[in-house]
Write a protein that binds this ligand. Structure first.
Ligand SMILES: [Zn+2]
Length: 147
């Protein structure tokens, strides 16, 4: 019991001492905290700026000068076609009562010598489309950022 009371008295004394020290230190620590907080805010601001710059660099690199990866050609070349009508050069010049099969269109042309033809979009054209679309996307993103 006695020991317990002494302990309580000692604890109370220690708490008072801590409290005194805290009161002495408090203004300084507040200032230090404020300084630390301001430094942190500045750092966050700098990081946000760096991030914005990096984002711009990446967008520019990806959309203004988009590189063509081999997988793009492997996956997309020959995948797009356009159906058009062309004049069959052989049928154009021959008589219509000619029974011989046309070597060029296999007699598929109509009375105007037109024949359906499927044209594959060339890979170079696909690349140009991709690059132009990327540039337009970059421009649109720039404009939405500026607003
Ligand atoms: Zn023909």
């Amino acid at each position: 019991m006695t020991e317990g009371r002494e302990d309580k008295a000692a604890q109370a004394h220690r708490l008072r001492e801590i409290n005194k020290q805290f009161k002495r230190l408090a203004p300084a620590s507040h200032a230090a905290m404020r300084e630390g907080y301001q430094a942190l805010e500045l750092k966050v601001e700098q990081l946000e700026q760096q991030l914005a710059t990096a984002r711009q660099d990446i967008l520019r690199e990806v959309l203004i000068e988009p590189s063509i990866h081999p997988s793009m050609k492997a996956g997309c070349a020959g995948e797009f076609t356009i159906d058009i009508q062309v004049v069959c050069p052989e049928c154009w010049n021959r008589e219509w009562d000619d029974d011989e099969a046309c070597q060029f269109c296999n007699n598929q042309s109509d009375e105007h010598s037109l024949v359906d033809n499927t044209v594959v979009v060339p890979w170079d054209t696909q690349k140009e489309i991709f690059k132009m679309m990327s540039r337009f996307k970059y421009q649109a993103l720039q404009e939405s950022n500026e607003q």
